[in-house]
Design a protein around this ligand. Structure first.
Ligand code: AP5
Ligand code: MG
Length: 193
């Protein structure tokens, strides 16, 4: 079993890569953002609780996120590993993820980080708002807040990943196809080790 984190700021291309990577490598794609948006769409208790936070562009509590992750991990069968997208976003989330995987005899095998300049991120999110209608993409103030939240609470994880090793960065400015090829190279080389 191989487990990966796809990391980067809002709009970096995590989801785009995660969808194609999970297909190719038979990974369970776990996007905490997608799961929360589904809860909101279905008007569940959890959805109602998190809606205002997502609308503001701030993080949902670690407690809620970790419960979701624990449950998805428990109920996923038949995959060759997990691909975490938009998670972990805090040091505590990463610590707890490692603990959950260790209990199953697994680890995070690699963290792949997409680096994209802020102007590009903002452009991508605002243009996606027109196509997909994600509410947190439509308002430039919320888009900025999401990036700010990332810088303050999530980016510090990079230091931890770097010290740990198996941390790979690539420029998300390249095309989706080229980035996909580069990530496949990283994964394939890991597997031969
Ligand atoms: P989440 O859904 O995770 O959103 P995000 O991190 O803000 O990232 P996005 O999904 O916007 O971007 P992405 O990197 O996936 O890029 P994508 O591939 O879509 O989180 C939403 C909210 O939920 C958070 O604000 C928070 O409130 C809450 N939340 C979620 N997880 C949480 C957690 N763990 N803890 C606490 N709170 C949590 O690409 C973006 C666009 O660019 C697309 O239109 C795409 O087609 C395009 N694109 C992608 N790659 C390229 C490329 N290479 N070239 C050109 N265009 C590209
Ligand atoms: Mg996404």
């Amino acid at each position: 079993m191989k487990n990966f984190i796809i990391f980067g700021p809002p709009g970096a291309g995590k989801g785009s890569q995660a969808v194609i990577l999970s297909k190719k490598y038979n990974l369970k794609h776990i996007s905490t953002g997608d799961i929360l948006r589904d809860e909101i769409k279905n008007r569940t208790k959890l959805g109602l609780k998190v809606k205002s936070l997502i609308d503001e562009g701030v993080l949902v509590s670690d407690h809620i996120i970790l419960e979701i992750i624990e449950s998805v991990i428990k109920h996923s069968k038949g995959y060759s590993g997990f691909l975490f997208d938009g998670f972990p976003r805090t040091e505590n989330q990463f610590t707890q993820l490692k603990r959950m995987l260790e209990k199953l005899g697994h680890r995070v095998d690699a963290v792949i980080s997409l680096v994209v300049e802020e102007e590009v991120l903002i452009k991508r999110m605002l243009s996606r708002a027109q196509i997909e209608g994600r509410e947190d993409d439509a308002n430039p103030i919320v888009v900025k807040k999401r990036i700010e939240t990332y810088r303050e609470q999530t980016e510090p994880l990079i230091d931890i990943f770097t010290k740990r090793g198996n941390y790979f960065t690539l420029t998300g400015n390249d095309t989706i196809e080229n980035n996909f090829k580069k990530i496949c190279n990283i994964i394939d080389n890991l597997e031969t080790k």
